[in-house]
Design a protein around this ligand. Structure first.
Ligand SMILES: NC(=O)c1ccc[n+]([C@@H]2O[C@H](COP(=O)([O-])OP(=O)(O)OC[C@H]3O[C@@H](n4cnc5c(N)ncnc54)[C@H](O)[C@@H]3O)[C@@H](O)[C@H]2O)c1
Length: 256
């Protein structure tokens, strides 16, 4: 029996990158994965490659910053499989700019997906879990920028810190139903997006204590752990996966 045999998992923003690897690993461990991405062709490609590896995966393309779409996604998955066990609102956007230039339009976009999208997916999924009496697992996707100041990421960082507080806050309402909510805060992670910057690996290898950025596997492994029975007594927590980056501050040697 595989670790997640017949568990129904929803992962958003999973056409590529961290979300894709999470979806792939759950499918390899026997789960039925509902994979979402904004981009239809990426959704289709991701579903095809997971299916080719022998996984059970359906694609539901659409915008998870749209609350109506989120509710429809949850309704559809619950109708198809009769339950939802694990939900990972992974989709998130980063819009870099300095604080003094940041526009209302940019801030609204980042908040709409990262906070409002995650919040209402967690809400819709929790209602279904409670209705079905499923002791489910929810995992928010934070970032080290929710912990440490990072140039041009004030808006993004505030959304990630907010998600971690949301995970802590929901412990009050969800624990009586046996639903766990935790988070992952990845540091620099090599994905299709980040590797479009040619200096990414070299730069982060220099400034990460463990000597390299994370892989999507490093992050996905933590998602599977938090969703497993091994993490049954962990709730309200966020695990930082950053090779030690947030543990240190610049030392005198960096200026000498
Ligand atoms: N990659 C990193 O270094 C890193 C570090 C810390 C945190 N994170 C967080 O991890 C998560 C995944 O990051 P990533 O770099 O793998 O993602 P990414 O930027 O590569 O995007 C993954 C997918 O999300 C989809 N997406 C974007 N907006 C969407 C929407 N509104 N609805 C549905 N899908 C949408 C995109 O089409 C894309 O295919 C994000 O929440 C991100 O903030 C990433």
């Amino acid at each position: 029996m595989k670790r997640f045999e017949n568990k129904v998992v929803v992962v958003t923003g999973a056409g590529i990158g961290i979300g894709y690897e999470i979806a792939r690993k759950f499918a390899r461990e026997g789960a039925i994965v509902a994979l979402n991405d904004l981009d239809k062709s990426l959704t289709q490609k991701a579903v095809e490659s997971i299916t080719q590896e022998g996984g059970k995966c359906i694609g539901i393309a659409g915008d998870v910053s749209n609350v109506g779409f989120i509710q429809e996604l949850v309704r559809q998955v619950n109708k198809e499989y009769g339950k939802i066990d694990i939900v990972i609102p992974n989709a998130g956007i980063t819009l870099f700019d300095n604080f003094l230039n940041y526009t209302e339009e940019k801030l609204s976009k980042v908040i709409q997906l990262n906070i409002i999208g995650s919040f209402f997916l967690l809400q819709a999924a929790s209602k279904v879990m409670i209705e079905n009496k499923t002791k489910g697992k929810l995992i928010i996707m934070s970032s080290v920028t929710g912990h440490q100041a990072h140039k041009d990421l004030a808006a993004y960082g505030l959304t990630k810190a907010a998600l971690e507080m949301l995970a802590r806050s929901l412990v009050i309402e969800l624990s009586p139903y046996g639903i766990n909510i935790n988070g992952i805060a990845p540091g620099a992670t090599t994905t299709e997006r980040t590797s479009s910057d040619k200096n990414y690996n070299a730069t982060w290898s220099k400034i990460t204590p463990l000597g390299k950025p994370a892989t999507t596997t490093d992050i996905a492994n933590v998602a599977l752990f938090l969703a497993s029975g091994e993490a049954d007594h962990i709730t309200g927590q966020t695990i930082i996966v950053d090779g030690g980056w947030t543990a240190i501050s610049p030392g005198p040697e960096t200026v000498n």
